[in-house]
Design a protein around this ligand. Structure first.
Ligand code: GTP
Ligand code: MG
Length: 274
């Protein structure tokens, strides 16, 4: 008996993905996308009006990916236009300007706006987030350092890249890592591959504590006790923080400085408590 042997095609089907850009106005979202897709930089600021849409094709391993890019306007005025576009995204490029602290502090607000539109945290967990610390070419005006940015991103399980749309630094590497993580996620049944605590080597509690210490207004606040607290209370709070942040145990960026700051805060408070 004769058999017809048909050659099986091993090519995987092309993936279609939707990605969006988020972040304050003027941080460089459109320029980063333009640098990647058109290999050029436009120094003049042309605010995005509502949304810009573009399509690009990329290759990740043996897979062709068709990427639909929705570049959002950062200005609050466009909220009504933006909020239609959050749903069904597989990836988010979250951008801030390293020379504008406000734009870094606004990242939580952007996540909040998105979560509100997505309906729940569970829906956010099936999206790949990549944080771009942009405009690193402007070294003299930089106010948010790498440790701080990386800490914010990695403690949430997000990827972190330093980029300059002006020079191109980091932009291709960032998009490559981004599309590769999205492909992994799609091939993993829509679950975001676990990044956080195991691979970054520190816990969210440690990361949050470092950030809280950095932003504390005085020594009482740093130790998390009320002004005028008793000696024993100060020591108790100190011991808790020391265990959490001790350099032998904690590798969260900035933890060494935070640990030293806590030691100094305790010393100065105890000097003044009878
Ligand atoms: P909206 O569309 O209003 O939300 O702003 P955006 O985030 O898309 O900003 P855009 O990409 O339009 O860039 C804002 C300004 O920053 C422009 O004048 C850009 O030329 C400039 N810019 C963007 N990226 C960089 C960068 O990496 N380095 C420098 N030096 N300037 C940049
Ligand atoms: Mg724009």
């Amino acid at each position: 008996m004769e058999t017809n042997v048909t050659k099986r095609r091993d090519n995987k089907k092309a993936l279609r993905v939707k990605v969006i850009s988020l972040g304050d106005a003027e941080v460089g979202k459109s320029c980063i996308i333009k640098r990647y897709c058109e290999k050029r930089f436009v120094p003049k600021y042309l605010a995005t009006i509502g949304i810009d849409y573009g399509v690009t094709k990329v290759q990740v391993r043996d897979r062709e990916i068709k990427v639909n890019i929705f570049d959002m306007a950062g200005h609050p005025f466009f909220y009504e236009v933006r909020n239609e576009f959050y749903k069904d995204s597989q990836g988010v490029v979250l951008v801030y300007d390293v020379g504008a602290r406000d734009s870094f502090q606004a990242l939580d607000g952007w996540l909040g706006e998105m979560k509100q539109e997505m309906g729940s945290q569970a829906n956010m967990d099936t999206i790949v987030f990549i944080v771009c610390a942009n405009k690193v070419d402007l070294t003299k005006r930089r106010v948010v350092d790498e440790g701080e940015g990386r800490l914010w991103a990695e403690s949430r399980g997000f990827h972190y890249f330093e980029t300059s749309a002006q020079s191109g630094e980091g932009v291709s590497d960032m998009f490559q890592a981004f599309f590769s993580a999205i492909t992994d996620m799609c091939e993993n049944g829509g679950r975001r591959p676990a990044v956080p605590e195991v691979s970054v080597g520190f816990t969210k509690e440690q990361a949050d504590t470092v950030r809280r210490i950095r932003n504390s207004k005085d020594s009482w606040d740093m130790l998390g006790v009320k002004p005028g607290a008793a000696r024993e209370e100060v020591n108790k709070a100190y011991r808790k923080l020391a265990v959490l942040l001790h350099p032998d145990k904690c590798v969260a960026p900035g933890s060494e400085d935070a640990f030293k700051a806590v030691v100094n805060a305790r010393t100065s408070l105890l000097k003044n408590i009878k």
